[in-house]
Design a protein around this ligand. Structure first.
Ligand SMILES: [Fe+2]
Ligand SMILES: [Fe+2]
Length: 169
């Protein structure tokens, strides 16, 4: 297995871990509100994504990122803080995160060759669900969040930094 594929599995595992923590943070704040079912739906899908990459980490003997404890805290905090700003801000967070992951997964799909077709198919399936999450955010008035552009730009920059760091350490 190439170093590139190891890097992909490491960063995807980290990202799905962070995503599950973001929705956990949002549910901690909005878990009794009208958005709870849709947040739970997204969290459940992130858990499947995370479990899948956790299996790949084990079966393919990839070292996970050492930063999982950081992504646990940062992901939960991002979810909880945006949710505390309101449901629209939570949805804006979802749009920003899921758009970033969509780009990230699309780039990986383009780089994986046929000898990694199963992994490529897994990523394609998950990417479709990330886009569903983005659409849920848009359908729930994400763009009506005050400061939507700045908020999403900041979150996207944070996600991209987290991706770069998790590929390496
Ligand atoms: Fe995911
Ligand atoms: Fe997602």
């Amino acid at each position: 297995m190439s170093e590139q594929v190891k890097r992909f599995i490491r960063v995807d595992h980290a990202g799905e871990y962070g995503a599950a923590r973001i929705y956990a943070g949002q549910l901690a704040v909005l878990g009794r509100g009208v958005h709870a079912p849709v947040l739970q739906h997204m969290k459940d899908q992130e858990q499947v994504h995370l479990d899948t990459f956790a299996s790949l980490i084990a079966s393919r003997r990839v070292r996970p990122t050492v930063l999982l404890p950081l992504w646990s805290v940062a992901g939960f905090a991002l979810g909880a803080v945006t949710a505390a700003l309101g449901a629209r801000a939570a949805m804006a967070c979802t749009v920003a995160v899921e758009e970033t992951i969509d780009e990230h997964y699309a780039a990986q799909e383009a780089e994986l060759a046929d000898d990694e077709a199963p992994l490529r198919a897994t990523i394609a399936t998950f990417r479709a669900e990330e886009l569903e999450h983005r659409d849920i955010g848009l359908a729930n008035e994400a763009e009506l969040t005050p400061g939507y552009r700045v908020l999403t730009a900041v979150i996207k920059a944070g996600c991209k930094a987290a991706i770069r760091i998790s590929e390496r350490v």
